[in-house]
Write a protein that binds this ligand. Structure first.
Ligand code: F6P
Length: 328
């Protein structure tokens, strides 16, 4: 096993609250073990363009509470090409970088997996995305904060929904996963959630209307996942359908958008990010490579990157029952 003297760390894909806490943990844990740390700016684009800066312990001071990512981020098109990955690898060799830590979501870890397949290089992935859609980890960095942000917004929307006796379709992020929609619906006391994982034959909108929620309550909030299959989905789609099929209802749409990605990370995300960042360096020292470090039942786990990105993370079906019973 080659001794690891220098590591590089980057953030990639959509930013997520807690990424800074993770960069801090990676940096300080590596320095603790006498490793040199290179911060790479703008994700994989920074590897290709050699946007490197040596990080010291003070480079990450006063960052644990900050949203976004001090390393900036990008969705690199060039890294998707073999030529781009070759440039990235050559820059790593040139700068004597022995291992790479990638903090990001599904697309970013898929890139890491491809890179690791082509070049003999230890890579550790850390789950950083508000979507919570990586297999093998109970939670991803940023998910808890985004959930709290959504709930805060929905609490406000409820005031006006109630005053006007309206149905609100509130669209939330999550790409093709419904974790944010389902759990924010439970936490905000919403009447329903429409999520891509609930693939029964039953039309989720028709079911919500037929439950007669509006008969017993004078307003309703439905959390809708942004996921669109065959052009169907998203809050606009369902609002339009209600306007056409149930014109007696007063319908409004709120798309929460990127405000879900910002803000100061929750205590949970800071702790998760700190634990995962620390564990990534421990994993490297144990000789681990091409794994994602995650958390399961409050224990650190190692998941082959391939599994983390390829397997579908199931949503706990009990959550669907909980919402449906509690929203009666
Ligand atoms: O993966 C994080 C995420 O916020 C998704 O929930 C969303 O679909 C996507 O990124 C939005 O990406 P962008 O900021 O590039 O529009």
């Amino acid at each position: 096993m080659r001794e690891i003297k220098t590591i590089a760390v980057l953030t990639s894909g959509g930013d997520a609250p807690g990424m800074n806490a993770c960069i801090r943990a990676v940096t300080r844990s590596a320095i603790f073990h006498n490793m040199k740390v290179i911060g790479v700016y703008r994700g994989y684009d920074g590897l290709i363009n050699e946007e490197f800066q040596e990080f010291t312990s003070s480079s990450v001071s006063n960052t644990i509470q900050r949203g976004g990512t001090i390393l900036k981020t990008a969705r690199s098109k060039e890294f998707m090409t073999p030529e781009g990955r070759k440039k990235a690898y050559d820059n790593m060799v040139k700068n004597k970088i022995d291992a790479l830590i990638v903090i990001g979501g599904n697309g970013s870890l898929t890139g890491a997996q491809q890179f690791a397949r082509e070049y003999d290089l230890p890579i550790i992935g850390l789950p950083g995305t508000i979507d919570n859609d990586l297999y093998g980890t109970d939670h991803t960095i940023g998910y808890d904060t985004a959930l709290n942000t959504i709930v805060e917004c929905v609490d406000k929307i409820r005031d006006t929904a109630n005053s006007h006796d309206r149905i609100f379709f509130v669209e939330v992020m999550g790409r093709d996963a419904g974790f944010l929609a389902q759990n924010s619906a439970i936490a905000s006391g919403a009447e329903a959630a429409i999520i891509p994982e609930d693939k029964t034959d039953v039309d989720q909108l028709a079911e919500f209307i037929s439950r007669g929620v509006r008969k017993s309550k004078n307003s309703s909030i439905v959390l809708v996942s942004e996921s669109k299959h065959g052009g169907h989905g998203g809050a606009m789609y369902y609002a339009e359908r209600v306007r056409k099929e149930y014109p007696q209802y007063n319908v409004q749409v709120t798309i929460l958008g990127h405000l879900q990605r910002g803000g100061t990370p929750s205590a949970y995300d800071r702790i998760l990010a700190s634990r995962l960042g620390y564990a990534s360096i421990e994993a490297l020292m144990e000789g681990q490579r091409n794994i994602m470090v995650g958390i399961s039942n409050d224990e650190i786990v190692y998941v082959p990157i391939q599994r983390a990105v390829k397997m579908d993370k199931p949503i706990n079906k009990e959550l669907i029952d909980v919402l449906s019973v509690l929203s009666l």
